[in-house]
Design a protein around this ligand. Sequence first.
Ligand code: HEM
Length: 126
Amino acid sequence: NNIKTVYSGIGGYEKMEQIVETFYGYVKENPVLIPLFPDDLTETAHKQKLFLTQFFGGPRLYEEERGHPMLRRRHLPFPITPSARDAWLACMNLALVEHEVEEPYYTEMMERMTLTANHMMNTPES
Ligand code: HEM
């Protein structure tokens, strides 16, 4: 099978770890996102590495550790407004650019994460 997954195309687990670490570095500096996240992002980053690995075609690590993702339900405790969605996607975009994720993977990743981020919104702009 010569059809690569996004996960293997970008460089596998090591690359995913770097992207996620960089992403949460930006989250920590983002005034819209800071109040939503715990102070210590170690566990959050760990879960996100497992999730994005699985989401982009790698081993199903998230399910092994956390069960069915149910992402919308897991995000309901947090008020996710359109500006939080925009901020999240902006941080992710910076992380992908910083780690030089190339086409077609860059567009594929941003498109799928945009769809999911839209689905996570649960609160109107205040
Ligand atoms: C968890 C915020 C979008 C995947 C979380 C947590 C927050 C959050 C506050 C809890 C962190 C913790 O307690 O450790 C947001 C915001 C988003 C967003 C503001 C903006 C739309 C997304 C998207 C994805 C995603 C697009 C996937 C592509 C996850 C995962 C977890 C998580 C996998 C861990 C769930 C668990 O196992 O507990 N998110 N999120 N999030 N988020 Fe998001």
